[in-house]
Design a protein around this ligand. Structure first.
Ligand code: URA
Length: 261
C-alpha cells in the first residue's frame, strides 16, 4: 500500500501524539535474543563467613538489682529516690505517679497494702480512694490516724507495689518479688512496732502465703516484727458483713499496742 505524503505525515503525527517515540522495523525483533539485551551475569557471590550468632541479651536479675538499690539506701528520702529511679518494673511505664507512703513514719503501726489504684496514681499517695477513706475510719475508731504527730496515735501507710497495675489487676508474683527488697528496707527504716498486712497481696509479699480469710486476725511475724493480717478495706466495701471480723482485728491491734496482747 502506498500512502500519499500528507496522509503518511498525519499518521506519523498521530502516532507521536499517542506516545510512539521510536521507529519500528517491518519485521518484529526478539530483543531478548540480542546479546547486549541479555542481563549481565550475576557476579559470583563473595563467600561470607557465617554471621556469628548474635549473643543473647544478658538476662537481668531484677530482684538482685532491686536488692542492690534498696541495700544502698540510708534513709526514707533515699528510699523514695531509689524507688523512683528503679526502671526495671514494667508497671512503672503505665503510671502517672510513683506512690510510696503517707502518714507519720514515726508511727508505731505500719499498714502495708497492695498497690495504688486510679485515685492513688492521680494523687500520689496510698489509700486515698474509697477503700482508703474506709481505712481511715477504721483506724480512727481505735484512735489512730495518718495525720497524728505522735507515734502512739499515728499511722504510717505504704503498699507492696508503688505503681498502679493496669486495670487494677493483681500484681504478679514476679512484680511482688521484685519490689519486696524496697518494702523490706522501708520497714527497717520506719521500724514500726507492728505491721498490719491489708489483704492477700500484702500477705503474699510479707508471709509468702495467701488465704486472708484464714490468716486474718491471727498475729504472726513479718520482716522480724509482729504482724497482723486483716481484710483489705476494698474487700470490706464489697462484703460489709465482714466488718465484724475487721472490728475484732482492730481491737486486737489496740490491745497489742496497749501492751495487753
Ligand atoms: N488499695 C491498696 O492496697 N493500696 C492503695 O494504695 C489503694 C488501694
Amino acid at each position: 500500500m502506498t500512502l500519499d505524503p500528507n496522509t503518511a505525515l498525519a499518521l506519523l503525527e498521530w502516532q507521536v501524539e499517542l506516545g510512539a517515540d521510536e521507529a519500528m522495523l517491518d519485521a518484529p525483533v526478539d530483543r531478548t535474543e540480542l546479546p547486549e539485551a541479555r542481563p549481565p551475569a550475576a557476579p559470583a557471590p563473595i563467600p561470607v563467613a557465617p554471621a556469628a550468632a548474635s549473643a543473647p541479651e544478658p538476662e537481668i536479675d531484677r530482684v538482685a538489682a532491686a536488692r542492690a538499690a534498696a541495700g544502698a539506701v540510708r534513709d526514707l528520702e533515699d528510699l523514695t529516690a531509689a524507688i523512683e529511679a528503679f526502671e526495671l518494673c514494667d508497671l512503672k511505664r503505665g503510671c502517672e505517679r510513683t506512690v510510696i507512703a503517707d502518714g507519720n513514719p514515726a508511727a508505731r503501726v505500719m499498714v502495708i497494702g497492695e498497690a495504688p489504684g486510679r485515685d492513688e496514681d492521680r494523687i500520689g499517695k496510698p489509700f486515698v480512694g474509697r477503700a482508703g477513706q474506709l481505712l481511715d475510719r477504721m483506724f480512727a475508731a481505735i484512735g489512730l490516724s495518718r495525720g497524728a504527730e505522735t507515734g502512739d496515735s499515728a499511722l504510717y501507710i505504704t503498699n507492696i507495689i508503688p505503681w498502679r497495675p493496669p486495670q487494677n489487676r493483681e500484681p504478679t508474683p514476679e512484680e511482688i518479688a521484685m519490689m519486696l527488697p524496697f518494702v523490706e528496707r522501708h520497714v527497717a527504716l520506719a521500724a514500726p512496732d507492728v505491721i498490719v498486712m491489708m489483704g492477700n497481696i500484702s500477705c503474699q509479699g510479707l508471709l509468702g502465703r495467701r488465704g486472708i480469710t484464714r490468716l486474718r486476725g491471727t498475729w504472726t511475724e513479718a520482716m522480724g516484727r509482729p504482724a497482723l493480717p486483716m481484710f483489705h478495706p476494698a474487700y470490706l466495701l464489697r462484703n460489709p458483713e465482714a466488718k465484724r471480723e475487721a472490728w475484732a482485728d482492730l481491737l486486737s491491734l489496740q490491745a497489742r499496742l496497749r501492751g495487753g496482747a
